[in-house]
Design a protein around this ligand. Structure first.
Ligand code: ATP
Length: 297
């Protein structure tokens, strides 16, 4: 029995590995399909940015035709203004950012920047115009310098350091044994959530995009770090067209407009004050989050 079970175990292992390899190949093809789906239109011009007014015009979207994710989502962020989107988990908030960056094309309607349909301009020019501070920043297995400079690889050392200073991470970097040359990422120094967000902010500052997207982290940072980061984000959002995907309402009270997304539809819209006065879903969410906030915060 022992003799038999060893090769069987071994076979099981081989089977699992082959299965994993096949899954990886499938994923690779899925990615290739995606890449094809969003290729540049022949002869597409570069996006011409003039203030970066962002319009989602009656946008419908599904990853899988059997399951609509966004339905008739319609909004306009005038140049330099801030719009925040809130809603329950899975409502489709992060999908808005994926569509804007053109990881996927809309299934219906259109997304326009300064009047140009994003499907009709080059992806390079589109992505150059957009800075995303994601929920979870991916760090490359490289120096912290490289990780910041990634925002604009041709930037000078002075510009990289200036961006790190503005993102309040310069002093932390200098405290590391190898300063800007310290290795970070999986195989290097593991940064905290707040430090990673600062790297993302520094990258974005260096990129200096006309359009900003903040996909707020769901995992809470400590209150003090969060307040500081919030102030930094407000600073870089000033005078830029900004889309905030919010998980905590306290961070968006000053937004020019707030959309409440529910199962892919816009359920309510207005300013913080008008939504509170309306006494609907937003007001209920607000009351709930207020009661969750510890008294000390
Ligand atoms: P959260 O607040 O939890 O981050 P969200 O509102 O940002 O949620 P999305 O990430 O936009 O939600 O996802 C909306 C829906 O789309 C979810 O039900 C999710 O399961 C589904 N979804 C997301 N990405 C994909 C994908 N690549 N393929 C299929 N379905 C997806």
């Amino acid at each position: 029995l022992i003799q038999l079970s060893i090769p069987l175990n071994y076979l099981g292992m081989v089977y699992r590995e082959v299965k994993q390899a096949l899954a990886n190949i499938q994923r690779m093809y899925a990615l290739l399909d995606e890449a094809q789906e969003v290729s540049d239109a022949p002869g597409a011009p570069a996006l011409r940015v003039n203030g970066a007014e962002l319009r989602f015009a009656q946008v419908d979207f599904h990853y899988d035709p059997a399951r609509p994710i966004l339905r008739d989502v319609d909004f306009c962020i005038p140049a330099g203004k801030t719009l925040a989107v809130v809603g329950t988990t899975g409502a489709g908030k992060s999908t808005l950012a994926r569509l804007l960056y053109r990881f996927y094309d809309v299934s219906g309607g259109a997304i326009r920047i300064d009047g140009q349909d994003i499907r009709e301009v080059t992806q390079d020019s589109l992505r150059a115009a957009i800075g995303i501070v994601p929920q979870d920043t991916v760090l490359f297995n490289d120096s912290i310098y490289y990780n910041i400079a990634y925002g604009r690889p041709e930037a000078s050392r002075e510009e990289v350091i200036a961006a790190a200073k503005s993102a309040h991470i310069h002093d932390f970097i200098l405290s590391l044994p190898q300063g800007y040359d310290s290795a970070v990422g999986e195989r290097g120094l593991k940064l905290s959530g707040g430090e990673k967000q600062r790297v993302a902010i520094a990258r974005t500052l260096l990129k200096n995009p006309a359009l900003l997207v903040f996909d707020e982290a769901t995992s809470a940072l400590d209150t003090r770090t969060e307040k500081i980061i919030q102030a930094e984000l407000e600073e870089i959002a000033r005078d830029r067209t900004t889309l905030v995907i919010a998980h905590r309402l306290s961070t968006i009270v000053d937004a020019d407009e707030i959309l409440v997304l529910e199962q892919g539809r816009v359920a309510e819209r207005g300013t913080h004050a008008s939504l509170l006065a309306a006494g609907g879903r937003y007001a209920a969410l607000w009351a709930m989050q207020q009661s969750e906030t510890p008294a000390a915060a």
